[in-house]
Design a binder for this molecule. Sequence first.
Ligand SMILES: [Zn+2]
Length: 83
Amino acid sequence: MKQDCSNKRECLEMLQLILDGEATAEQKEHFLKEHLEECMPCYKNYHLEVAIRQLLKTKCCHEAPQQLVDDIKTKVIQNLSRS
Ligand SMILES: [Zn+2]
């Protein structure tokens, strides 16, 4: 797995599109099944975003306190680097 993403910017944009449900099936397929398999930073970012969005949903608010978001990020990153 790559430790660096050669096009992080584009990857982050794609990730947002997918999570917002705005990506096409092909984009999703390619990003989730191919890119995430080989790109460590994007894999981490993806799971981080998913965790944060899920949390925001369960809290029923659109803005979580920054402290809370930071806590989650730290936890998710720790979990990912352990596995
Ligand atoms: Zn990437």
